[in-house]
Design a protein around this ligand. Structure first.
Ligand code: ADP
Ligand code: ZN
Length: 286
């Protein structure tokens, strides 16, 4: 029995097939170009297997509302060819099998919840700080979605007193993503995040923005774990700065688990999204 998973990102698609124990048998990476090209390669890969179901964790925004006419679509992306793309429809037309459909970060949160840092918990939140900022949450063992999926990267944060950067978000300017995602770091400092020195004072500002967001998520959702992924978090010195800033901001207002086990990096490292997609496929197949 095989399950398929697609981690559909703006730069690349990771596709994987697992056995019934969720062990990955084969995986490939396909560049994200236009749907006709990318999806042809995706299908050529999955054609090799008799799949029970496919799970997709996609870049967004996407339509996850089952009552909507455009359920299963990528909606308003600027990425050429993917705007209003009927992703679930394309898979169903090809294979006629159950398709689990959620955001890339929801899939990563689910992967971490079942197999990663939050295995012992009933709730968690996964935040990626990369090209964009996005988050997904599991509460009472379920992915949090309502009319649509959360957009945790676009919350407003209080500006650091030393920061005059206007922000990169085309919708909000200086929302969290506009101030703290990878491109914001690059535009503000004139170099990519991986080239910024560990002791650059900027990291304290970055930590301040992320810590504010984590405080907001903590106050609204009270999850058992906050898991931080994405390219910017490859800066290992950032995690302690975030914890420190978070503790100062929260000021013991509510109880949280032990700080070092509350704010963590992904147990599955870079495989949270694809693992979650496969696990969601299996749930859909039952
Ligand atoms: P994506 O969000 O596109 O899936 P990533 O999570 O790798 O991909 O995020 C890419 C962003 O993270 C880029 O803006 C890049 O500059 C930044 N980034 C990648 N690696 C590092 C690093 N080691 N330190 C700081 N920033 C990084
Ligand atoms: Zn925004």
């Amino acid at each position: 029995m095989y399950y398929g998973g697609i981690e559909a990102g703006g730069t690349k698609f990771v596709c994987a097939v697992s056995d019934e124990n969720f062990e990955i048998i084969e995986a490939i990476s396909i560049p994200t170009t236009v749907p006709e090209v990318t999806m042809t390669k995706v299908f050529a890969f999955f054609d090799q297997y008799q799949l029970q179901a496919i799970g997709v964790g996609s870049f967004g925004p996407i339509d996850v509302n089952l009552d909507s006419d455009t359920y299963g679509y990528i909606t308003s992306t600027p990425k050429k060819g993917w705007n209003n793309y009927n992703f679930v429809g394309a898979i169903k037309d090809k294979y006629n099998i159950p398709v689990a459909w959620t955001t890339d970060v929801n899939a990563a949160a689910y992967g971490e919840y079942r197999r990663g840092s939050a295995q012992q918990a009933k709730s968690c939140l996964y935040l990626t700080i990369g090209t964009g900022i996005g988050g997904g949450a599991i509460l009472n063992e379920k992915i949090v979605e309502g009319f649509g999926h959360p957009e945790m990267g676009h919350i407003l944060v209080r500006r650091h007193s030393a920061d005059t950067f206007e922000g990169t978000c085309p919708y909000h300017g200086d929302c969290l993503e506009g101030l703290a995602a990878g491109p914001a770091i690059e535009q503000r400092l004139g170099k990519k995040g991986n080239m910024v020195a560990k002791d650059d004072p900027y990291w304290e500002q970055e930590a301040y923005y992320i810590a504010q967001a984590l405080m907001t998520y903590t106050l609204i959702l009270r999850p058992e774990k906050l898991i931080l992924g994405g390219g910017v978090m490859k800066q290992q010195h950032l995690l302690p700065l975030i914890r420190q800033s978070f503790q100062a901001l929260l000021n013991d207002y509510v109880a949280i688990p032990d700080l070092d086990s509350y704010i963590v990096t992904p147990g599955l490292v870079d495989h949270a999204g694809i693992t979650g997609s496969i696990l969601l496929a299996a749930e859909k197949a039952i």
